[in-house]
Design a binder for this molecule. Structure first.
Ligand code: GLU
Length: 331
């Protein structure tokens, strides 16, 4: 292939319509930080002429509720962040709720089990958090592989006492990928987390497994999400490889924070969309504020998501996390 052909092939590839997604966890109410991420995912997909899938990540029945999922879908819609496929709009809407997809996760989990790529882990929380457990420099635990070395007899004895979680065996190979916003990345799972959990001891499948299966089966070709999940991406890429799926492209974006640099969370209840909706009465000032925080406008000015679309320039999105200036919030 000539250089010119390669170039035109590449530019075609980057122009191909993307399938992006909104993947909210309905464990709390939608706040400005979640919407910042949804807005950017929407802009990336729509700018390419592509579409958005809405998947409700309600894996954990103790933290999530249908009422919260309903509320966040209504709020996204009100903000003009529409989706083309998935929960609430597709004929098989239920299939886009992770809580209804356990059989699918079980199918892929069994494949990994048959290939002896997973093993039961009986370690208690106390054992995992023991002072001598290996840690990363920022304090995360690296699983030491204790249960991967159990003999059959030891395993059988432990099984009588406790329901195990299941971990996937990782390798020492570096996992390299290009993040559309943060550039080249390379990590070794053995140095980041060690063998990681795919199924909890209560039978709930882990986020890392579910998100890979879902993005692959739902045809997602671009994942846009907060940079707090950048460190999850190598785990997910590893699973893509083990399961034989083609990975999407990844684009991590900065987080919105409070003045102390903490990621917006439940304690910043005043930045919940339901309250901002009451305060502003219209979506345009909220989208305009987010567009300004995303470097797309010189100052916050009301505009709709559709009006922002032709102005969208991904290169203007900051790389540092973004403090939400309280004085800009209309209470
Ligand atoms: N469900 C996750 C969240 O709400 C997002 C996961 C992802 O984008 O991969 O933070």
């Amino acid at each position: 292939m000539s250089k010119a052909q390669q170039k035109s092939g590449q530019s075609k590839l980057s122009e191909a319509p993307l399938v992006g997604r909104f993947a909210p966890t309905p464990s709390g109410f939608l706040h400005l930080g979640n919407v910042f991420c949804s807005l950017l995912a929407w802009l990336y997909a729509k700018r390419s002429g592509g579409k958005i899938v809405l998947r409700i990540e309600d894996l954990d029945p103790q933290r999530c509720s249908l009422a919260k999922a309903d509320a966040l879908a209504r709020e996204l819609e009100w903000l003009g962040l529409t989706w083309d496929e998935g929960a609430y709009v597709s004929a098989d809407s239920d299939a886009y709720f992770q809580s209804r997809r356990s059989d699918i996760y079980a199918h892929y989990f069994d494949k990994l089990r048959q290939a002896d790529l997973v093993y039961p882990c009986f370690c208690s929380r106390g054992e995992l958090h023991a002072a001598e457990a290996p840690h990363t420099s920022d304090g995360r635990i690296i699983y030491a592989g204790t249960c991967s070395r159990l003999t059959e007899a030891e395993r059988a004895a432990k099984e009588k006492l406790r329901r195990p979680a299941w971990r996937v065996r990782v390798t020492d190979e570096p996992i390299c990928f290009h993040d559309a916003h943060y550039g080249a990345q390379s990590l070794r799972l053995t140095e980041e987390c060690g063998d990681f959990i795919l199924r909890r001891s209560d039978g709930v499948y882990a986020y890392q497994l579910a998100v890979v299966i879902d993005d692959a089966l739902m045809g997602v070709t671009q994942v846009v999400r907060g940079c707090d999940l950048l460190s999850s991406t190598p785990m997910q890429l590893y699973l893509y490889k083990l399961l034989g799926f083609t990975p999407p492209s990844f684009c991590h974006i900065p987080l919105l924070t409070d003045a102390e640099g903490r990621r917006l969370a439940k304690r910043d209840g005043d930045l919940e969309i339901s309250l901002l909706r009451k305060a502003y009465g219209a979506p345009e000032p909220i989208i305009g504020l987010l567009a300004y925080l995303a470097g797309q406008l010189e100052r916050p000015e009301p505009l709709s998501a559709a009006e922002l679309l032709p102005l969208f320039d991904a290169a203007k999105i900051p790389t540092q996390n973004i403090v939400v200036p309280r004085e800009l919030i209309h209470q």
